[in-house]
Design a protein around this ligand. Structure first.
Ligand SMILES: [Zn+2]
Ligand SMILES: [Zn+2]
Length: 269
């Protein structure tokens, strides 16, 4: 896969999913938004633009490039163990998902990293744009971690691209303000993280924030005991966001960028 085709697949796929989810949550919202779109979307989409320009276009291409070099040189666990290509592809995607789950858990529990990640959680509403609201430094660290594991395992380049497309798509899907019918939500939760499952992770209640870390596959949360089926307050009464940065002015792009470097006026967390 050429770099330009790879970018086209990733950006084109993400744009399609974004448009579909934005349309769905506009026509059939799960919940009435607290602050709404107007004060939040410019900041959240502005962050996405910065991420795309600064990191998402450059570093994932580097990750794929690294995967190509690793394949040529025969680097990585898969190559030395003689794992067939198809198996390296499937295991590679699943392994990357476990790595992202672990990284997410670590970002919640290491105070310095939490400062970066909490910008994602400080959104006082949750919708499709929350799914792309990650601090550029978090994206950069995340990509660096991925590159290390891509080389260590020898994940095929196509699997890296597939994982990126999947991660972007599921992140927008499970942050969007849509409701699956309860039976479908409960069934889908066995194979993918659903919006109702991920919203628990955006609850203002700390124990709930520290649950449901998965982005794509829901298995890790169930396996490692971080799964929480629903918020204690109930799906209708859940309060989204953090106890800090609750003012609407915190949705501005300049505030979003500087949140990791500011101690909150009220609480340190
Ligand atoms: Zn989180
Ligand atoms: Zn989230």
């Amino acid at each position: 896969m050429t770099p330009s085709l790879e970018i086209f697949v990733r950006v084109g796929g993400a744009a399609l999913v974004f448009a579909a989810m934005a349309l769905w949550e506009w026509r059939a919202p799960r919940r009435r938004l607290e602050a709404g779109r107007r004060p939040r979307w410019p900041g959240n989409l502005g962050i996405l633009l910065i991420d795309i320009v600064a990191v998402r276009l450059l570093v994932p291409t580097a990750a794929v490039g690294v995967a190509v070099i690793a394949a040529q040189k025969g680097w990585g666990l898969f190559a030395s163990a003689g794992v067939p290509y198809w198996a390296a592809f499937v295991i590679g995607v699943i392994a990357l998902d476990l790595i992202i789950y672990t990284q997410h858990y670590v970002f919640h529990h290491v105070p310095l990293l939490w400062r970066l990640h909490r910008m994602h959680h400080a959104d006082i509403d949750i919708d499709v744009t929350t799914g792309v609201r990650f601090h550029p430094l978090e994206i950069l660290i995340s990509m660096a971690i991925k590159i290390v594991f891509v080389v260590a395992l020898g994940v095929p380049a196509a699997a890296v691209v597939a994982f990126e497309v999947l991660l972007n798509a599921t992140s927008m899907f499970n942050h969007s303000n849509v409701a699956l019918p309860r039976w479908l939500d409960r069934t889908a939760r066995w194979i993918v993280v659903t919006p109702q499952m991920h919203q628990v992770h955006h609850s203002i209640v700390r124990q709930e924030t520290d649950s449901n870390f998965g982005f794509n596959l829901p298995w890790w949360d169930r396996l490692f005991g971080t799964y929480r089926a629903e918020p204690a307050a109930g799906e209708d009464k859940i309060v989204i966001g953090l106890p800090i940065f609750r003012d609407v002015s915190e949705s501005r792009i300049t505030r979003l960028i500087t949140q990791p470097f500011r101690s909150d006026e009220k609480r340190a967390r």
